[in-house]
Ligand binder design. Structure first.
Ligand SMILES: *Cc1c(COP(=O)(O)O)cnc(C)c1O
Length: 601
């Protein structure tokens, strides 16, 4: 894997050229040039780079692909889509999405009151809003208010009680009723990690008995005319289309039966989200193209409509991951290579050393390309024996330090000798000779799905890509939590470059992080959301828009309900002017590291 799998996961959004990761768009700037520009403004921590042009590309691809399937099958329904806000609610992402989506009438999906407020405020009037999830009376009332603003809003009920609340609100307020959708609980489940979103045991939706009851309740209350949509969502990141096809058949028949019962305004099937994104850098895990997907949807729904003699339904999708994942890249500066501590300058050999340490020294000096692998192996054995000797009290701390330094130097020398020819041999020892890279970021804040559900993300340094990466790498974040690590994995090995951070910078890019990570991320250790920037292109030039700095320490403390006046007053009282001035400065900076003391000014 010489190119970090970029041809598998990047969808041509990024390319490697002249050893640099570049954005494959417009003037094709390198990521490092953008990172340097931002760092010049004194943002030294992790950066979230957002690329609205990639969101635009995904929206265009979604609509164009479905519309061309519609044409191909001479389908009579229309294609419609909404963006599910839970996937990324942040304004820097949402504002460009709404602007770009206008030409298609691209809408928003809300799953909570706060999300519904975003949708009501910013959605283009006329573009659809769908409301999912559990709702109380206030949330349903908000839906009515959105309707009164002129929004094209559909409240999708998850249970009979929600329908009863709609009737209550209707009777109490005499407001105009929004469209009503029914989320159906399918017999067929989804696939993958999120399968519990669909299927008979799923958390959401109405059973067939409840659908019939709901229909009766609507008939009794003269509401059938508002029923417009059948909805299902079988789960996120579907790696195959098969479960979707089953769900389409099932819901297609429910749609047709309700129409035949007399639901004359029922005209849409909302197939939820779930389109997968390729996160894997080693092999493809997504086994369908968008056009296969859209052809299957159109073909299946057309078939059922024909069989049951009903109009072909309009199609709604709620794909979030597919629209947003690729738009965001996290760039984390490497602060330290662990083995940097094992530099020769720290070696303090004694006049007389334990024999094994002398042996290590000889291994280092005598190593040739031919003996490199063998010597490295011997060296690792010796090191283990030396650690045992230390535990038993036979060698002292200075000996141990010398042993560790020599071992690291033997490994480094072996790697550089073997680098080109015997790389395969070297790999057998990967786990023992890994380098640890300390990165200026919090895994809990920026890659919560890695921590929570072992979600992988493509990882690639953004420079040095014309040089062979020689170090098997594990990545550490700066939280004080041993879970804040991406350990070296023999099955999916990550190799990085052996860099001297005193002389050069090194940045690691995490790609496809635009879905779910932003607001799932948590402030473990009080590391807050990284500084983020929208990168847009104007007249062939890069423009950094909407720089949002990572939260200041004082604001983080306020967020968790400390009284910041108290904090200031207490510190003020206990400190002299000079120290207080310094602390006031720090309170107004974010909590990421600027440098590592030992290596930089
Ligand atoms: C989460 C969710 C989505 C988005 O799913 P993706 O896998 O991100 O496309 C769509 N619809 C509903 C109802 C959801 O809960």
């Amino acid at each position: 894997m010489g190119n970090y799998g970029i041809d598998i996961w990047s969808d041509d959004n990024f390319i490697i050229e002249d050893g640099l990761a570049k954005i494959n768009y417009n003037c094709k700037p390198s990521l490092i040039s953008i990172v340097k520009d931002i760092r010049k403004q004194d943002f030294k921590g992790p950066l979230l780079l957002r690329f609205p042009h990639i969101t635009e590309k995904q929206i265009n691809t979604l609509y164009n692909t479905f519309n061309s399937s519609i044409k191909e099958y001479d389908y009579k329904g229309t294609f419609n889509a909404v963006f599910p806000l839970k996937v990324n609610q942040l304004p820097n992402f949402i504002h460009p999405l709404i602007a770009e989506g206008k030409k298609f009438n691209y809408g928003l999906e809300a799953g909570s009151k706060a999300e519904l407020v975003i949708a009501m405020t910013y959605n283009n009037i006329g573009s659809p809003i769908t409301v999912n999830g559990f709702k109380d009376k206030e949330m349903i009332h908000l839906g009515f208010i959105a309707k009164s603003m002129g929004h094209n809003i559909t409240i999708i009920i998850e249970g009979l009680n929600e329908l009863e609340i709609i009737i209550e609100v209707l009777n109490e307020t005499k407001m105009e009723c929004p469209n009503i959708g029914l989320r159906v609980r399918l017999h067929s489940g989804g696939s993958g990690l999120w399968a519990k979103s669909g299927g008979i045991n799923s958390k959401f939706g109405l059973t067939s008995t409840e659908i019939l009851e709901a229909y009766e309740l609507m008939e009794d209350n003269n509401l059938v005319k508002h029923l417009t949509m059948i909805h299902f969502h079988i789960g996120s990141a579907m790696n195959s289309i098969k479960p979707l096809k089953k769900a389409l058949r099932e819901s297609g028949h429910i749609y047709a039966e309700l129409k035949n019962l007399g639901a004359t305004n029922l005209n849409s099937i909302n197939i939820g989200g779930g389109l997968a994104v390729e996160y894997n850098a080693y092999e493809r895990t997504r086994f369908y193209s968008l056009s296969e997907f859209s052809n299957d949807v159109i073909f299946t729904l057309k078939d059922i409509a024909k069989q049951k003699g009903v109009d072909e339904p309009n199609i709604f999708t709620e794909s979030g991951r597919f629209i947003s994942a690729a738009s965001t890249v996290l760039v984390a500066p490497v602060l330290e290579l662990f083995s940097a501590e094992y530099d020769f300058e720290h070696l303090k050999l004694k006049p007389v050393n334990p024999p094994l340490i002398q042996e290590l020294h000889d291994l280092y000096n005598d190593m040739t390309k031919k003996t490199a692998y063998e010597y490295m192996h011997d060296c690792i054995d010796h090191m283990e024996s030396l650690l045992t000797l230390f535990d038993l009290g036979y060698i002292d701390l200075q000996d141990r330090s010398n042993a560790e330094i020599l071992t690291h130097q033997v490994i480094k020398k072996a790697i550089s000798l073997l680098e080109i020819d015997d790389y395969e041999e070297l790999k057998k020892l990967d786990e023992n000779i890994q380098e640890k890279y300390l990165l200026n970021f919090s895994l809990f804040q920026s890659l919560p799905d890695y921590w929570g559900i072992d979600q992988e993300f493509p990882i690639m340094p953004i420079t040095h890509l014309d040089k062979k990466p020689t170090r098997s790498a594990s990545l550490w974040d700066i939280t004080c939590d041993s879970d804040g690590e991406l350990p070296f994995d023999m099955k999916k090995p990550l190799y990085l470059h052996d860099v001297n951070l005193n002389k050069e910078d090194y940045f690691i890019g995490f790609f496809n992080v635009g879905a779910y990570q932003d607001t799932l991320g948590m402030k473990h250790n009080l590391f807050s959301h990284p500084t983020e920037v929208n990168i847009v292109f104007k007249d062939g030039e890069v423009v950094l828009e909407k720089v949002l700095e990572s939260q200041k320490i004082i604001d983080i403390l306020e967020d968790i309900d400390y009284n910041t006046d108290d904090i200031r007053a207490i510190l003020r009282k206990s400190l002299n002017d000079h120290n207080y001035k310094d602390i006031e400065k720090y309170l107004n900076e974010n909590s990421y590291l600027k440098t590592i003391w030992s290596y930089h000014e």
